[in-house]
Design a protein around this ligand. Structure first.
Ligand code: AMP
Ligand code: MG
Length: 406
Protein backbone atom coordinates (compact mmCIF):
# COMPACT_ATOMS: atom_id res chain seq x y z
CA UNK A 1 0.00 0.00 0.00
CA UNK A 2 1.62 3.31 -1.04
CA UNK A 3 2.03 6.24 1.31
CA UNK A 4 0.17 9.33 0.18
CA UNK A 5 3.45 10.81 -1.10
CA UNK A 6 4.13 7.65 -3.10
CA UNK A 7 0.55 7.60 -4.36
CA UNK A 8 0.89 11.18 -5.58
CA UNK A 9 4.14 10.37 -7.34
CA UNK A 10 2.50 7.38 -9.02
CA UNK A 11 -0.47 9.50 -10.16
CA UNK A 12 1.89 12.12 -11.57
CA UNK A 13 3.99 9.56 -13.40
CA UNK A 14 0.96 7.76 -14.86
CA UNK A 15 -0.73 10.96 -15.99
CA UNK A 16 2.48 12.18 -17.60
CA UNK A 17 2.83 8.83 -19.35
CA UNK A 18 -0.63 9.28 -20.87
CA UNK A 19 1.14 12.01 -22.82
CA UNK A 20 -1.91 13.88 -23.96
CA UNK A 21 -1.18 17.51 -24.91
CA UNK A 22 -4.19 19.59 -23.95
CA UNK A 23 -5.91 21.68 -26.62
CA UNK A 24 -5.29 25.42 -26.57
CA UNK A 25 -7.46 28.50 -26.83
CA UNK A 26 -6.89 32.23 -26.96
CA UNK A 27 -8.32 34.34 -24.16
CA UNK A 28 -8.35 38.02 -23.30
CA UNK A 29 -6.02 38.75 -20.40
CA UNK A 30 -8.94 39.49 -18.08
CA UNK A 31 -10.35 36.02 -18.63
CA UNK A 32 -7.08 34.19 -18.10
CA UNK A 33 -6.93 34.12 -14.30
CA UNK A 34 -5.82 30.69 -13.10
CA UNK A 35 -5.25 29.43 -16.63
CA UNK A 36 -2.07 27.75 -17.82
CA UNK A 37 0.03 29.46 -20.49
CA UNK A 38 0.55 27.52 -23.70
CA UNK A 39 3.08 30.05 -24.99
CA UNK A 40 6.11 31.97 -23.77
CA UNK A 41 5.83 35.65 -23.01
CA UNK A 42 8.89 37.68 -23.99
CA UNK A 43 9.96 41.23 -23.24
CA UNK A 44 8.99 43.57 -26.09
CA UNK A 45 11.68 46.07 -25.00
CA UNK A 46 14.16 46.58 -22.20
CA UNK A 47 12.70 46.83 -18.69
CA UNK A 48 12.79 49.40 -17.34
CA UNK A 49 12.80 51.01 -20.79
CA UNK A 50 14.82 53.96 -19.43
CA UNK A 51 16.81 54.77 -16.29
CA UNK A 52 13.82 55.04 -13.96
CA UNK A 53 13.84 57.23 -10.85
CA UNK A 54 12.81 55.19 -7.81
CA UNK A 55 12.19 58.22 -5.58
CA UNK A 56 10.82 61.72 -5.74
CA UNK A 57 13.78 64.06 -5.36
CA UNK A 58 16.63 65.54 -7.38
CA UNK A 59 18.64 64.01 -10.19
CA UNK A 60 22.27 64.94 -9.54
CA UNK A 61 25.78 64.17 -10.73
CA UNK A 62 27.38 62.18 -7.94
CA UNK A 63 30.69 63.92 -8.74
CA UNK A 64 29.10 67.15 -7.45
CA UNK A 65 27.88 65.56 -4.24
CA UNK A 66 30.88 63.76 -2.79
CA UNK A 67 30.13 65.35 0.58
CA UNK A 68 26.95 66.36 2.39
CA UNK A 69 25.63 69.92 2.27
CA UNK A 70 26.36 70.83 -1.37
CA UNK A 71 24.12 73.49 -2.90
CA UNK A 72 22.99 72.86 -6.50
CA UNK A 73 21.14 74.93 -9.08
CA UNK A 74 17.78 73.48 -10.19
CA UNK A 75 17.60 73.72 -13.99
CA UNK A 76 14.24 72.06 -14.54
CA UNK A 77 11.84 69.32 -13.68
CA UNK A 78 11.32 65.75 -14.98
CA UNK A 79 7.87 64.29 -14.42
CA UNK A 80 6.84 60.65 -14.98
CA UNK A 81 5.84 60.16 -18.60
CA UNK A 82 7.89 63.12 -19.82
CA UNK A 83 11.43 63.35 -21.13
CA UNK A 84 14.03 65.97 -20.27
CA UNK A 85 15.71 67.82 -23.06
CA UNK A 86 18.33 69.72 -21.08
CA UNK A 87 21.70 68.68 -19.73
CA UNK A 88 22.56 68.60 -16.06
CA UNK A 89 25.91 70.36 -15.91
CA UNK A 90 28.43 70.77 -13.09
CA UNK A 91 26.78 72.24 -9.99
CA UNK A 92 23.31 71.61 -11.42
CA UNK A 93 20.41 69.24 -10.77
CA UNK A 94 16.86 68.58 -11.98
CA UNK A 95 13.85 67.97 -9.81
CA UNK A 96 12.58 64.48 -10.60
CA UNK A 97 9.51 62.36 -9.77
CA UNK A 98 9.26 58.63 -9.16
CA UNK A 99 8.94 56.80 -12.47
CA UNK A 100 10.51 59.61 -14.53
CA UNK A 101 13.60 59.10 -16.70
CA UNK A 102 16.86 60.17 -15.10
CA UNK A 103 18.50 62.78 -17.39
CA UNK A 104 21.41 61.37 -19.32
CA UNK A 105 24.29 63.01 -17.57
CA UNK A 106 22.89 62.73 -14.05
CA UNK A 107 23.84 59.50 -12.28
CA UNK A 108 22.01 59.55 -8.94
CA UNK A 109 18.72 60.58 -7.40
CA UNK A 110 18.63 62.12 -3.94
CA UNK A 111 15.34 61.70 -2.09
CA UNK A 112 13.45 64.93 -1.52
CA UNK A 113 13.43 64.13 2.21
CA UNK A 114 17.23 64.46 2.19
CA UNK A 115 17.24 67.98 0.70
CA UNK A 116 16.09 71.44 1.68
CA UNK A 117 15.60 74.77 -0.10
CA UNK A 118 18.75 76.81 -0.66
CA UNK A 119 19.38 80.57 -0.35
CA UNK A 120 18.25 81.37 -3.89
CA UNK A 121 14.87 80.34 -5.29
CA UNK A 122 16.44 77.93 -7.80
CA UNK A 123 18.79 76.36 -5.28
CA UNK A 124 18.55 73.15 -3.31
CA UNK A 125 20.86 71.87 -0.58
CA UNK A 126 21.68 68.16 -0.80
CA UNK A 127 22.00 66.96 2.77
CA UNK A 128 23.93 63.78 2.06
CA UNK A 129 26.68 62.53 -0.19
CA UNK A 130 25.40 60.85 -3.34
CA UNK A 131 26.85 57.75 -4.94
CA UNK A 132 26.52 56.84 -8.61
CA UNK A 133 23.43 54.68 -9.28
CA UNK A 134 21.61 55.78 -6.15
CA UNK A 135 17.80 55.61 -6.23
CA UNK A 136 17.24 54.71 -9.84
CA UNK A 137 16.75 51.46 -11.71
CA UNK A 138 18.98 51.30 -14.80
CA UNK A 139 17.48 50.63 -18.20
CA UNK A 140 17.34 46.89 -18.96
CA UNK A 141 18.27 45.83 -15.43
CA UNK A 142 14.99 43.93 -14.87
CA UNK A 143 14.99 42.29 -18.30
CA UNK A 144 16.31 42.75 -21.79
CA UNK A 145 14.23 42.94 -24.95
CA UNK A 146 13.50 39.35 -26.08
CA UNK A 147 14.04 37.74 -22.66
CA UNK A 148 11.51 35.04 -21.71
CA UNK A 149 9.51 36.55 -18.84
CA UNK A 150 6.88 33.79 -18.47
CA UNK A 151 7.46 30.22 -19.54
CA UNK A 152 4.84 28.01 -21.10
CA UNK A 153 3.03 26.03 -18.35
CA UNK A 154 3.04 29.03 -15.99
CA UNK A 155 -0.29 29.58 -14.25
CA UNK A 156 -1.74 33.07 -14.48
CA UNK A 157 -1.88 34.78 -11.10
CA UNK A 158 -1.64 38.48 -10.33
CA UNK A 159 2.11 38.77 -11.03
CA UNK A 160 1.82 36.83 -14.29
CA UNK A 161 -1.12 39.01 -15.40
CA UNK A 162 0.99 42.06 -14.58
CA UNK A 163 3.94 40.79 -16.64
CA UNK A 164 1.69 39.98 -19.61
CA UNK A 165 0.06 43.40 -19.36
CA UNK A 166 3.45 45.12 -19.07
CA UNK A 167 4.60 43.69 -22.39
CA UNK A 168 1.28 44.42 -24.09
CA UNK A 169 -0.18 40.91 -24.34
CA UNK A 170 -3.87 41.67 -24.61
CA UNK A 171 -4.55 38.01 -25.42
CA UNK A 172 -2.90 34.84 -24.27
CA UNK A 173 -2.75 31.35 -25.67
CA UNK A 174 -3.69 29.05 -22.80
CA UNK A 175 -4.57 25.40 -22.41
CA UNK A 176 -8.19 24.42 -22.22
CA UNK A 177 -9.25 23.50 -18.73
CA UNK A 178 -9.26 19.77 -18.17
CA UNK A 179 -12.80 18.44 -17.91
CA UNK A 180 -13.33 16.14 -14.98
CA UNK A 181 -16.49 14.06 -14.78
CA UNK A 182 -17.87 13.72 -11.27
CA UNK A 183 -20.00 10.71 -10.47
CA UNK A 184 -21.37 9.71 -7.11
CA UNK A 185 -22.67 6.24 -6.36
CA UNK A 186 -24.94 4.77 -3.74
CA UNK A 187 -28.53 3.61 -3.31
CA UNK A 188 -28.80 5.87 -0.27
CA UNK A 189 -27.89 9.04 -2.18
CA UNK A 190 -30.55 11.48 -3.44
CA UNK A 191 -30.11 14.78 -5.27
CA UNK A 192 -29.90 17.82 -3.00
CA UNK A 193 -33.25 19.30 -4.04
CA UNK A 194 -35.05 16.10 -3.09
CA UNK A 195 -36.49 15.22 0.30
CA UNK A 196 -34.38 12.29 1.57
CA UNK A 197 -36.17 9.28 3.01
CA UNK A 198 -35.38 8.37 6.61
CA UNK A 199 -32.30 6.36 5.61
CA UNK A 200 -31.21 8.40 2.65
CA UNK A 201 -28.69 11.22 2.41
CA UNK A 202 -28.25 14.09 -0.01
CA UNK A 203 -25.49 14.02 -2.61
CA UNK A 204 -23.07 16.46 -1.03
CA UNK A 205 -19.95 14.87 -2.52
CA UNK A 206 -20.77 16.00 -6.04
CA UNK A 207 -20.72 19.57 -4.77
CA UNK A 208 -17.56 19.43 -2.68
CA UNK A 209 -15.81 17.69 -5.58
CA UNK A 210 -17.13 20.35 -7.96
CA UNK A 211 -15.61 23.08 -5.79
CA UNK A 212 -12.33 21.23 -5.51
CA UNK A 213 -12.22 20.71 -9.27
CA UNK A 214 -12.62 24.45 -9.80
CA UNK A 215 -9.90 25.21 -7.26
CA UNK A 216 -7.69 22.78 -9.16
CA UNK A 217 -8.26 24.76 -12.36
CA UNK A 218 -10.53 22.18 -13.98
CA UNK A 219 -14.06 22.18 -15.29
CA UNK A 220 -16.40 19.89 -13.38
CA UNK A 221 -18.83 17.85 -15.48
CA UNK A 222 -21.49 16.64 -13.03
CA UNK A 223 -22.89 13.19 -13.80
CA UNK A 224 -25.18 12.95 -10.78
CA UNK A 225 -25.55 9.75 -8.83
CA UNK A 226 -25.64 6.13 -9.97
CA UNK A 227 -27.36 3.62 -7.70
CA UNK A 228 -25.44 0.51 -6.63
CA UNK A 229 -26.13 -1.47 -9.78
CA UNK A 230 -23.40 -2.65 -12.14
CA UNK A 231 -25.42 -1.66 -15.21
CA UNK A 232 -26.11 1.86 -13.99
CA UNK A 233 -22.55 2.41 -12.80
CA UNK A 234 -21.20 1.07 -16.10
CA UNK A 235 -23.39 3.44 -18.13
CA UNK A 236 -22.28 6.42 -16.06
CA UNK A 237 -18.61 5.40 -16.13
CA UNK A 238 -18.77 5.12 -19.93
CA UNK A 239 -20.23 8.59 -20.06
CA UNK A 240 -17.50 9.85 -17.69
CA UNK A 241 -14.73 8.31 -19.78
CA UNK A 242 -15.57 10.78 -22.53
CA UNK A 243 -14.03 13.53 -20.39
CA UNK A 244 -10.35 14.04 -19.54
CA UNK A 245 -10.64 12.38 -16.13
CA UNK A 246 -13.30 10.66 -14.06
CA UNK A 247 -13.76 10.96 -10.31
CA UNK A 248 -16.20 8.58 -8.64
CA UNK A 249 -17.28 8.86 -5.03
CA UNK A 250 -18.37 5.80 -3.08
CA UNK A 251 -18.49 2.14 -3.93
CA UNK A 252 -14.80 1.35 -3.52
CA UNK A 253 -14.77 -0.27 -0.07
CA UNK A 254 -15.17 -3.93 0.75
CA UNK A 255 -18.97 -3.95 1.03
CA UNK A 256 -21.26 -6.23 -0.94
CA UNK A 257 -22.57 -3.20 -2.91
CA UNK A 258 -19.20 -1.63 -3.62
CA UNK A 259 -19.31 -2.22 -7.36
CA UNK A 260 -17.05 0.42 -8.82
CA UNK A 261 -13.93 -1.75 -9.02
CA UNK A 262 -15.65 -4.76 -10.63
CA UNK A 263 -17.24 -2.47 -13.23
CA UNK A 264 -13.92 -0.78 -14.01
CA UNK A 265 -12.20 -4.17 -14.23
CA UNK A 266 -14.83 -5.38 -16.65
CA UNK A 267 -14.18 -2.29 -18.78
CA UNK A 268 -10.52 -3.25 -18.95
CA UNK A 269 -9.15 -0.78 -16.42
CA UNK A 270 -5.56 -1.09 -15.24
CA UNK A 271 -5.55 -0.68 -11.46
CA UNK A 272 -2.54 1.34 -10.39
CA UNK A 273 -3.35 1.23 -6.67
CA UNK A 274 -6.46 0.41 -4.71
CA UNK A 275 -5.59 1.76 -1.28
CA UNK A 276 -3.38 4.43 0.25
CA UNK A 277 -1.86 4.53 3.74
CA UNK A 278 -4.08 7.36 4.95
CA UNK A 279 -7.09 7.93 7.11
CA UNK A 280 -9.59 9.04 6.07
CA UNK A 281 -9.46 7.79 2.52
CA UNK A 282 -7.61 4.48 2.73
CA UNK A 283 -9.67 2.59 0.06
CA UNK A 284 -8.92 5.20 -2.63
CA UNK A 285 -8.49 3.66 -6.08
CA UNK A 286 -6.52 4.96 -9.02
CA UNK A 287 -6.93 3.26 -12.36
CA UNK A 288 -6.40 4.00 -16.01
CA UNK A 289 -9.34 3.01 -18.15
CA UNK A 290 -9.40 3.54 -21.91
CA UNK A 291 -6.41 5.89 -21.52
CA UNK A 292 -8.23 8.08 -19.01
CA UNK A 293 -7.29 8.50 -15.34
CA UNK A 294 -10.07 7.28 -13.08
CA UNK A 295 -10.22 7.92 -9.34
CA UNK A 296 -12.50 5.92 -7.08
CA UNK A 297 -12.70 7.87 -3.85
CA UNK A 298 -14.36 6.49 -0.73
CA UNK A 299 -17.78 8.05 -0.26
CA UNK A 300 -17.59 9.47 3.23
CA UNK A 301 -17.51 13.21 2.59
CA UNK A 302 -14.24 13.91 4.39
CA UNK A 303 -12.56 10.91 2.76
CA UNK A 304 -13.68 12.13 -0.64
CA UNK A 305 -12.41 15.62 0.11
CA UNK A 306 -8.99 14.62 1.44
CA UNK A 307 -8.28 12.10 -1.30
CA UNK A 308 -9.21 14.60 -4.00
CA UNK A 309 -6.72 17.13 -2.66
CA UNK A 310 -4.00 14.55 -2.24
CA UNK A 311 -4.44 12.55 -5.43
CA UNK A 312 -6.68 14.20 -8.01
CA UNK A 313 -5.32 17.76 -7.98
CA UNK A 314 -1.86 16.83 -9.34
CA UNK A 315 -3.51 14.76 -12.09
CA UNK A 316 -5.63 17.74 -13.13
CA UNK A 317 -2.54 19.96 -13.17
CA UNK A 318 -0.89 17.64 -15.67
CA UNK A 319 -4.04 17.21 -17.76
CA UNK A 320 -4.25 21.02 -17.86
CA UNK A 321 -0.69 21.45 -19.16
CA UNK A 322 0.78 22.67 -15.84
CA UNK A 323 3.47 21.29 -13.59
CA UNK A 324 1.84 19.43 -10.69
CA UNK A 325 1.73 21.86 -7.80
CA UNK A 326 3.38 20.71 -4.60
CA UNK A 327 1.17 19.89 -1.65
CA UNK A 328 1.13 23.24 0.19
CA UNK A 329 1.99 21.95 3.65
CA UNK A 330 2.56 24.55 6.37
CA UNK A 331 4.37 24.15 9.67
CA UNK A 332 2.51 25.18 12.80
CA UNK A 333 2.85 24.76 16.53
CA UNK A 334 0.42 22.20 17.91
CA UNK A 335 -1.86 23.48 20.65
CA UNK A 336 -2.95 20.26 22.35
CA UNK A 337 -1.43 16.77 22.10
CA UNK A 338 -2.90 14.41 19.51
CA UNK A 339 -2.68 10.64 19.40
CA UNK A 340 -3.84 8.15 16.77
CA UNK A 341 -3.53 4.39 16.77
CA UNK A 342 -3.87 3.08 13.23
CA UNK A 343 -0.54 2.94 11.38
CA UNK A 344 -1.76 5.34 8.71
CA UNK A 345 -1.10 9.02 8.05
CA UNK A 346 -4.08 10.87 9.48
CA UNK A 347 -5.62 14.04 8.18
CA UNK A 348 -7.63 15.52 11.02
CA UNK A 349 -9.90 18.55 10.79
CA UNK A 350 -8.14 21.44 12.48
CA UNK A 351 -7.95 25.18 12.80
CA UNK A 352 -4.79 27.16 12.15
CA UNK A 353 -4.43 30.66 13.49
CA UNK A 354 -1.63 33.19 13.42
CA UNK A 355 -1.00 34.98 16.64
CA UNK A 356 2.06 36.99 17.62
CA UNK A 357 3.79 35.97 14.39
CA UNK A 358 3.35 32.28 15.17
CA UNK A 359 1.18 29.71 13.41
CA UNK A 360 -0.75 27.66 15.95
CA UNK A 361 -2.92 24.70 15.03
CA UNK A 362 -5.56 22.90 17.08
CA UNK A 363 -7.20 19.62 16.13
CA UNK A 364 -11.00 19.69 16.38
CA UNK A 365 -13.12 17.05 18.09
CA UNK A 366 -14.94 15.15 15.38
CA UNK A 367 -17.02 12.09 14.62
CA UNK A 368 -14.85 10.65 11.85
CA UNK A 369 -14.91 10.74 8.07
CA UNK A 370 -18.61 11.52 7.71
CA UNK A 371 -18.31 14.66 9.82
CA UNK A 372 -17.90 17.37 7.22
CA UNK A 373 -19.52 19.90 9.57
CA UNK A 374 -16.41 19.85 11.75
CA UNK A 375 -14.21 20.25 8.69
CA UNK A 376 -16.24 23.34 7.77
CA UNK A 377 -15.69 24.67 11.28
CA UNK A 378 -11.93 24.42 10.77
CA UNK A 379 -9.74 25.72 7.98
CA UNK A 380 -7.15 22.98 7.48
CA UNK A 381 -6.16 19.39 8.14
CA UNK A 382 -3.56 18.48 10.74
CA UNK A 383 -1.25 15.80 9.34
CA UNK A 384 -0.35 13.07 11.82
CA UNK A 385 2.38 11.07 10.11
CA UNK A 386 2.16 7.32 10.06
CA UNK A 387 5.58 6.96 11.71
CA UNK A 388 4.80 9.36 14.56
CA UNK A 389 1.26 8.89 15.74
CA UNK A 390 1.71 10.83 18.98
CA UNK A 391 2.18 14.56 18.57
CA UNK A 392 2.93 16.58 21.68
CA UNK A 393 1.62 20.03 22.49
CA UNK A 394 4.11 22.66 21.35
CA UNK A 395 5.57 20.48 18.57
CA UNK A 396 5.96 21.82 15.04
CA UNK A 397 3.57 19.82 12.87
CA UNK A 398 2.44 19.69 9.25
CA UNK A 399 -0.81 21.33 8.24
CA UNK A 400 -2.64 21.01 4.92
CA UNK A 401 -4.64 24.20 4.34
CA UNK A 402 -8.04 23.87 2.72
CA UNK A 403 -7.95 25.31 -0.82
CA UNK A 404 -9.46 28.75 -1.04
CA UNK A 405 -9.93 29.03 2.73
CA UNK A 406 -6.38 29.53 4.05
P1 AMP B 1 -19.20 4.15 0.37
O1 AMP B 1 -17.79 4.65 0.10
O2 AMP B 1 -19.98 3.97 -0.87
O3 AMP B 1 -19.17 2.93 1.23
O4 AMP B 1 -19.92 5.29 1.18
C1 AMP B 1 -19.57 5.55 2.50
C2 AMP B 1 -20.52 6.53 3.10
O5 AMP B 1 -20.31 7.79 2.48
C3 AMP B 1 -22.00 6.23 2.86
O6 AMP B 1 -22.52 5.46 3.85
C4 AMP B 1 -22.63 7.59 2.86
O7 AMP B 1 -22.97 7.92 4.18
C5 AMP B 1 -21.54 8.49 2.40
N1 AMP B 1 -21.71 8.91 1.01
C6 AMP B 1 -21.57 8.16 -0.09
N2 AMP B 1 -21.82 8.85 -1.20
C7 AMP B 1 -22.10 10.10 -0.78
C8 AMP B 1 -22.42 11.31 -1.46
N3 AMP B 1 -22.49 11.36 -2.79
N4 AMP B 1 -22.66 12.41 -0.74
C9 AMP B 1 -22.57 12.35 0.61
N5 AMP B 1 -22.26 11.26 1.30
C10 AMP B 1 -22.03 10.13 0.62
MG1 MG C 1 -21.75 3.18 -1.35
Amino acid sequence: MPSYQEARAIVIEKCRALGRAPATEILGLNDALGRVLAQEIRADRDYPPFDRAARDGFAVRSADCRSAGVSLRIIGEVAAGAGFAGRVGAGECAQIMTGAPVPENADAVVMIEQTHAGAAKDEVVIERAATAGMNFVPRGSESRKGDVLLKAAARIGAAEASVAAQVGCTHLMVYRKPRVAILSTGNEVVEIGAEPGPHEIRNSNSFSLGVQAVFAGAEAVPLGNAPDSSEEIRASVLRGLQEDALVISGGVSAGKYDLVEPVLRELGAEFVFDSVEIRPGRPAVFAVCRKKPVFGLPGNPVSTMVTFDLLVTPALDILGGAEPRPLPLLKAKLKGAVEQRAALTHFLPARIEWSGGEAIVSALQWQGSGDVVTVARGNCFLVVPQNKLKLNAGELVDVLPRSGIV
